[in-house]
Design a protein around this ligand. Sequence first.
Ligand SMILES: [Zn+2]
Length: 135
Amino acid sequence: MNQSYEEMLNRAYLSIPKKAQTHERFEIPRAESMIQGNKTIVRGINELIKTMRREKKHFLKYLMKETALPLSEGNNQIIINGKVGAIQLNRLIENYFKQYILCHECGKPDTNLTTQGGVQTIKCEACGAIKPVSM
Ligand SMILES: [Zn+2]
């Protein structure tokens, strides 16, 4: 028996049951943040934005509006010019998902933000539901 490593890997892979399409509830990601002096630094935002499937500037605009604080971004982080606690920040992210990403019908995050006749709407790719949004 002289099994190559690759064969072993293949065997291990094949023994995994065919991908069970579980429709788990979408988990809203949490941001890692820290307060430095009078500033709040939110880290790893590229990953967060990728999960959102929204334009970064849309999320930044939302954050700025909700915190009423100026902010800047760069180097995979957001720097908020003020103190925003981790709980408050994650609540804002949660609300962003609820308002602009998650489908109000089926709760899935597979939605697109589009403008129809001057009105911003989110359209769900999974069930087709459309909801107008304010920003
Ligand atoms: Zn839906």
